[in-house]
Structures are given as C-alpha cells and as structure tokens.
Design a protein around this ligand. Structure first.
Ligand code: 0A1
Ligand code: ZN
Length: 874
C-alpha cells in the first residue's frame, strides 16, 4: 500500500488512567440566551469554587465556532493579558478561590450543520450537548463530574418562537419590548453540562399528566410540528407506561413537576435525555398507522422508555468521565429492553435484541474498531457511542441479573442509587454495589468491562449410561491492543427435553443450579466440565438459553437434534437459534459446493409453516432465514455474491415446495381490520413473511401488488413495497414513483422510500443508489436522510455494497467526505463498513483500503472521521 500523503497530526488521545478530578467546582450557573435573526448572544454567570489548595489557572473548554465578546471576574472586566483564548479553551491565568465569572459569547446557530451545541432545525432553536456540545455555547468545565444548578433565561421573538423551554421548572415568563418575550427556567437538581437543553420555536403541544405512586402530579408535554400533533399519542401513552413501569419494577419515581419532550427533524442520534427536557429525533416520537410500521411503533416505545429511564440511571446518578459511558448507557439499554419485554412479548424482544447485538456489536468486536465496554482511550468521544458501549454493555448488566436473580439485582440497584444519588460515578461503583447486595464475587466478571472481543464457546456433549458430560472450552481472539485474553466469568443457561419434547430436569452435581426449567452453569475456567445424571434415552440438551451470555457458541448437536429443538424447545431463543443453525448448515454446505442431501432444514420449515399452535410472530421468526450478514459471519472467507445466490435459491425452493400452503395461510391471515394489538401485530408479521416467499413464485406479482394497493397501514404497504423493489415486476418503477408522489411531504416516510431502494436485492442497486443521491429530496445535511440511504446500503445490503469492481466502496467513501463537510459526527458513523476488509478476497481488500486512503488524503477531514479511518486501515 502506498504511504499516506502528509496526514495532519490528529487530536490527542485521552486516557482513562490519566483521570484527575477538576481543579474547580461550579455551584451555580445562570445563563441568558438572546436569540435573534443574526445569531444568539449567551451571557453565562458561573460561580466557581477551587477544588484544591493549588494555584492552578482556570482552564475552561470552548469551541472554535463561538466568539468571546466580554469577560469579567467578580464584576471586573479582564485585561487582555489576564486570559488566553484558543480554538478549544479559555484560560484565565489567575483567579481567587471563589469567584463569579461572567462571559458573553456570540453564536451562529443557523449555520450550525454539525448539530451539536445550539442549532436550528426547521426554523426552531434547539441544543445537543452530550457529549461535549456545551463548550460550543459558552466557556465551561465541560465534563460530566462537574455538577451545577442551572437557571436559564431565554429571550426570543414571540411570534416566531412562542415556545421557550429549558430544564427543570418554569419560574417566570413575560413580554419584552420589540415583540420579544422571555421565560426563566430553574432546575433544582445539580447536573453536568451535557444534560443542559434549550428549545425555542413554534410547536404544537400534546398535553397530559401522570400521578406518581406517592401522589405527585406531573405535567407531561410532547412538542411537535403543528401538522404532526395527530402522530404523538403513541409517544405519550408510551411515556406514561414508562413512568409506571419504573415505579413498579425499580421503585423509581419522577422527580420534577414537568416532563417535556420536543421532536426535531435534524438530530445526530435517536434522542437525548436532558433533565426534564428530552429532545427527540422525530423518528422516535411520531407514529400513526398510516405512516409508521409495527416496528416503528415498538421503537418509539423503546426510545421514549430509554430516555425516561435515564432520569435515574444517567441523570440522578451520572458518569464520572466519558470512559464510564456504559455505566449509564448499558444499564439504561438493559432497562428499556426489560420494559419492552414486559409491555409486549419477552421472547420476541430477546430475539430482536440478539439479532441487533450480532449484527452490530459482534461485527464491531471482530474488526479494527473493537474496544472494551469501558474503553481505555479515545480521540473523539463521539466515536464511542457504539454498539459495544450500549448493547454489549446491556448484556453485561443482564449477565449480572442472571447470576444473582431478579430480586437480588433489584437490591443491588437500590443500593447503587441510594449510595450514589447526586454523584458522578464509575462502572466499578456499580459492580461494587451489585457485589455488596448479592455477596457474589465479581472480580473475574469485571473483565467484561476491560476486555474487547466476543468470546467463543465450544461445547462437546457426550452421553453414556444415562450420564451426559458437557465439556465447555472458552476462548477469545485478540483484538487491537489486546493480544491475550483471560477467561471470562459468565452464566450459561441450559435445559433438557425428553424424547417427546417435554422439559425435564436431570440431576446436576456440584457446579449447576436448576432455576425452573433451565439450569444455571457458571463458567470461569478455559475448560469447564459438567455432568448431568439420570438423563433418559433420547433426551436432547438445549444450550445457551435466553442467550445468557454475549458469546458465539458451537456444539456437536446433530441436524436431527437441532430440528427437534426447533420443533419443541420451550426456550424461545434456543428454539429459534436451532432453526437458524440448521438453515446455516444447509447454506454453508451449498456455498461450499456440497448440496445437503437430507434437507433437514426443509423438513423443519415445512413443519413450522403448518404450526398453528405457536404464536404467529414466533412462527414468522422460525421461517425467516438467517440474513446474508449472519451467514457471512460464519464463513472464513466472506463470499457476499455466493451467499446471496444460494440464499435466493433456497428461498425459491422453499417457496415453490410450499406454494399452495403459503398462499392458503397468507390468504387466511390477510383479513380483518387494522389494529395495533399484539395479536394483530403478530399476524401481520407472519403474513408479510409468507408474502415474501409467495413473491418469488410465478403468481407473486399479483399478491404483492394487490397488498401494496389495498394496504390501509404502513406495515403492509412497506412490506409489499420492499418486495416490489426487489423484483423485476413490470410496473415496479411506476408503483415506486406513485409511493413517492403520495408521501413526498412526510419526511419519515420518504426516508423509508430511500431505504427500501438501498436494500434492494437487485443487481443494479448500486446504480440506483448513485442516482438517488441526486434526487431532489436527498440531503447531505439531514442525518435521517443520510442514514436511510447510505447506512442502509453499506451496513445492511452486503451483496450490493461488496459488488465486484468496488463501486460500493467508492460510493461510501464519497458520501463520508461529503457529509463530513457538514456534520462530522454523522459522517464518522458511516465509516465502519469500509474497515471490514479482513475476510474479503485480495482485490476487494485492496479496493476498500484504497477508499479509506482516499478519505484520509482529503484536506480538512474531521478528527471524528480521521480517527476511525486510521484505525480501519491498519
Ligand atoms: N444519551 C443519548 C444518546 C445521545 C448521545 C450523543 C448525542 O449527540 C452526540 C445525542 C444523543 C441516549 O442514549 O439516548
Ligand atoms: Zn441512552
């Protein structure tokens, strides 16, 4: 590979081991925002108190996009020699032990396309301060361990910005001269700067209330664009369910008199948990049956819950530093997963979570961007809002929950919150609370926080004279900077089925504990051996129940045993995984040129399709083949085209073999009026899987088109549209255009229109995607739009992204550079697929590396993108 042309020096790495407490505390800050046509003027009055007896200068974080207008200490303007301003800091050379600093800064929110700090979205002002956005508003110790009380005054033109919001409670409001008005907000809870928020704009408001368990009345408001008010009921209902759930399950009540949510259409992430004023991406607030799919509804509920649960796990107890990000994120994802499980189906939710973990986190953990749940160093903290910190972090919490049981876990949570309320703490503090509450020794368990990589379990089962012996070997491949791994402490849940498929609990000697139908085995050593006694003839073991640890697991079960588990296992994850493994075996042997003769998966598919006892949503899961990405993860050398071909061939074979029954069951399910209850959602899920199989049969076009045209809800319409887009049906383009015409004014629906095309299985997808970038509705500035096209294509459409010739890679590289010019955070989130070249053929490998190099050689690339490209190219 050629050397890189002069790479500019990258931003300094920051290390966990270098953590130092701040030199100054802040007791109070009072902010005044004057928001006008020509920009915003921010007056910050901050009360500082020295944290030690040293004479350190006051060094405050700042950003390059704001102008310092004036600065005083205790009312005295500072002489120019008394302070220094750089692109990233303000240093006041000498200050007393306690003082009031007054700083006036001028900002340009209208031209802030980075969407951090104070910015404009659809003409409204809003803020995003996590992780380090507050420093773009004023000079401040912008770190999570500095907790202060905030008072915020907002002044803006009344007619354009009738709604003025900040954290806490509104304590004053009124009119000003020149058509301006103001509002003053006070937040009684000390908080870090990343939880600060402000919104000023023209919104419609859905208002409701909640009475807490202790009888406190809380006003609830969801602010949306006036035309979207009719799409906010589900979010409101979800919020109320979240509040009730947290009281019932964790005994945690809301602590302010008001809870505000604002939906904005330009947002870098899903949503933000600012104290008392959540700012949301519209995608996770707005939902109506006409515009949102069943999956969208479920995501709205999950994200509303997630942000609400942060009020305790994140806000009341916050992080000491950003290395501890998983302290709040892993725990809060765990809590939102539990909430969704309790609101809908626990077993289906687990499958969704496992799928996401494998798709995003396992991929991350096996590539150049692998990092521990608690990273040890970073260049750009925004690059660490990852599937590892969030989703693997949640799995780590879940393992503690499994090891100690729900009741003890709750005691640990009570202890954690009781000890640390109002403080900024570490992952270690959480683990200590769990240890203290449970009496468990979690010393070895802590490795989950410090070691990267996905552990691999190899399970060998032998049976003789009624004794089953399980030999379990664990290993973990090296990851960047961590060549050798120590063995992990993890829970492995297993179960047994007798030859009729009924659950049985054979005797386990020392080292295992039966919990209802599953036995908890604790693994600690590189090799563990367990024995089950009095195992009846023909019994089959069910492994890794509930996906009890975030590991890859191989075993020596036969196809016949897998088919048996797929038919009878009472553990939903293990049953589904048996189906996935059976299908994968068939694929992989075909991709490798050895057709499977006994067709074990086909028989099992036939059986599952005709199963009318099981929940239709779960049947849908059993009938869904492993994705091309799942299959790719199982290959030594990745062959995207081969996988695609064989998968399509198998789909066609299964469809043709079962055509009559598929049509019969589809027709039966395709009746009834639309409803969002669980039974209807489950039926739609199955119906649309069946339609996917029918679509590849000769009469498929008629069924797909009929559903597309007759659909009275977005779930059915999108399912049909996706199939149309995959197809070469005659009027494909006409229907796709028609969809655009109908929905062009609804941004979230048009995002879907871009995505379905990016996900197309057709061989001309890259050309189509290239054309879509030119479409008048495409925008490099809107993160949702960028993700709907570019991320969908590069992260989820394996065959198209890796098309031979490298056009997919060049497209992605170009997109990264274009988006980076406006929004480095969103651009950096696009980089990962270009770093996954390790298992590709030599030509593709070179093309991907060339694309990374091409990006790195562009002038003015952001630190965010550079950090990830450099790691990816190594
Ligand atoms: N804390 C939020 C996610 C979030 C993180 C960073 C953001 O901007 C860089 C925005 C939101 C959550 O977990 O929901
Ligand atoms: Zn979160």
């Amino acid at each position: 590979m050629d050397a890189l042309e002069a790479t500019p020096a990258i931003k300094q790495e920051i290390f966990l081991k270098d953590y130092q407490p701040p030199h100054f505390w802040v007791d109070e800050i009072s902010l005044c925002f004057n928001l006008g046509e020509k920009g915003a003027r921010v007056t910050a009055e901050t009360k500082f108190r020295r944290n030690s007896k040293t004479d350190n200068a006051l060094v405050l974080d700042g950003g390059p996009y704001m102008a310092l207008e004036s600065i005083t200490v205790d009312g005295t303007p500072l002489d120019e020699r008394a302070y220094t301003v750089s692109a990233t800091a303000l240093t006041v050379h000498s200050v007393p032990d306690q003082f009031l600093l007054k700083v006036v800064t001028k900002l340009d929110p209208v031209n802030n396309t980075r969407l951090e700090g104070l910015y404009h979205s659809s003409g409204n002002f809003c803020t995003q301060c996590e992780a380090q956005g507050f420093r773009h508003i004023t000079y401040y110790p912008d770190r999570p361990d500095v907790l202060a009380k905030y008072t915020v005054r907002i002044e803006a033109e009344q007619s354009k910005f009738p709604v003025l919001l900040s954290n806490g409670n509104r304590v004053a409001e009124g009119s000003m001269s020149g058509g301006y008005h103001y509002a003053v907000w006070e937040d009684p809870y000390p908080k870090p700067s990343y939880l600060f928020a402000l919104v000023a704009g023209d919104f419609a408001c859905r208002n409701d209330h909640f009475v807490t368990a202790s009888g406190k009345h809380v006003e609830l408001n969801i602010y949306v664009a006036p035309d979207d008010l009719n799409k906010s009921d589900y979010a409101m209902a979800s919020l109320k369910r979240s509040m009730k759930w947290d009281e019932e399950v964790f005994g945690l009540e809301y602590d302010l008199d008001i809870y505000n949510i604002v939906a904005v259409s330009d947002f870098n992430m899903g949503a933000m948990e600012n104290k008392g004023l959540n700012v949301f991406n519209t995608k996770y607030v707005l939902a109506s049956p006409e515009t949102a799919t069943d999956a969208d509804f479920s995501h709205v509920e999950g994200v509303i819950g997630h942000e609400y649960f942060h009020n305790w796990t994140g806000n009341r107890v916050t992080c000491r530093d950003w290395f501890q990000l998983s302290l709040k994120e892993g725990l809060t994802v765990f809590r939102d997963q539990e909430f969704t499980s309790d609101m809908a189906s626990r077993s289906l939710k687990r499958l969704d979570d496992v799928r996401i973990l494998r798709l995003l986190q396992f991929t991350e953990d096996s590539g150049p961007l692998a990092h521990p749940v608690r990273p040890e160093k970073y260049v750009e903290i925004n690059n660490f809002y990852t599937a590892t910190v969030y989703n693997k972090g949640a799995e780590v919490i879940r393992m503690m929950h499994t090891l100690m049981g729900a009741e003890t876990f709750r005691k640990g949570m009570d202890l954690y919150i009781g000890r640390h309320d109002g403080h900024a703490v570490t992952c270690e503090d959480f683990v200590v609370a769990m240890e203290d509450a449970s009496g468990l020794d979690l010393k070895q368990f802590r490795l989950w926080y410090s070691q990267a990589g996905t552990p691999h379990l190899k399970v060998n089962i032998t049976c003789s004279h009624g004794t089953a012996k399980l030999t379990i070997d664990q290993s973990c491949k090296p990851t960047p900077g961590q060549p050798d791994k120590k063995p992990y402490h993890m829970p492995l849940l297993v179960g047994w089925l007798d030859s009729a498929g009924n659950p049985i609990c054979p005797n386990i000697g020392a080292g295992g504990k039966w919990l209802k139908e599953s036995c908890l085995l604790e693994l600690k050593s590189p090799r563990e051996v367990f024995e089950f006694m009095d195992v009846p003839e023909g019994a089959v073991i069910s492994l890794h129940r509930q996906f009890s640890a975030p590991v890859k697991l191989d075993h020596n079960l036969s196809d016949k045993e897998l088919a048996f588990l797929m038919a009878y296992d009472s553990d939903a994850y293990a049953r589904w995984e048996a189906a996935q493994q059976l299908a994968s075996r068939q694929f992989l042997s075909e991709v490798n040129g050895k057709p499977l003769i006994d067709g074990a998966f086909e028989k099992a598919f036939h059986f599952a399709l005709r199963d009318e006892e099981t929940d239709p949503a779960f049947v849908a899961e059993l009938l869904t083949l492993p994705s091309e990405i799942d299959l790719g993860q199982k290959m030594q050398t990745l062959d995207p085209a081969g996988i695609h071909q064989v998968r399509e061939k198998l789909i066609k074979k299964l469809a043709l073999e079962n055509k009559e029954y598929l049509i019969k069951r589809y027709t039966k399910l395709n009746t009834g009026v639309y409803s969002l209850d669980q039974t209807s959602v489950a039926k739609r899920r199955l119906k649309n899987i069946l339609l996917a199989y029918i679509s590849v049969c000769p009469e498929g076009a008629t069924y797909v088109e009929t559903q597309f045209k007759a659909a009275d809800n977005m779930t059915d319409r999108m399912a049909a549209l996706q199939l149309l887009v995959h197809s070469d049906y005659e009027n494909r383009q006409e229907l796709l255009n028609g969809f655009y015409e109908t929905w062009h004014s609804n941004a979230l629906v048009i995002d879907k229109w871009f995505s379905v095309q990016a996900l197309s299985k057709r061989s001309d997808t890259v050309e189509m995607v290239l054309k879509l970038v030119e479409h008048p509705s495409f925008s490099f500035k809107n993160p949702n739009r960028v993700r709907s096209l570019v991320s969908a294509f590069s992260m989820l459409n394996q065959a198209a992204f890796h098309i031979s010739g490298g056009a997919g890679y060049r497209f992605l590289a170009e997109m990264i550079v274009k988006v980076d010019a406006y929004n480095p955070q969103t651009a950096a989130k696009l980089v990962a697929p270009l770093g996954r070249w390790q298992r590709l053929n030599a030509v593709a490998m070179r093309q991907m590396q060339e694309s990374l190099k091409w990006i790195l050689n562009k002038p003015n690339i952001s630190d965010d993108v550079r950090e990830l490209c450099l790691k990816s190219i190594e």
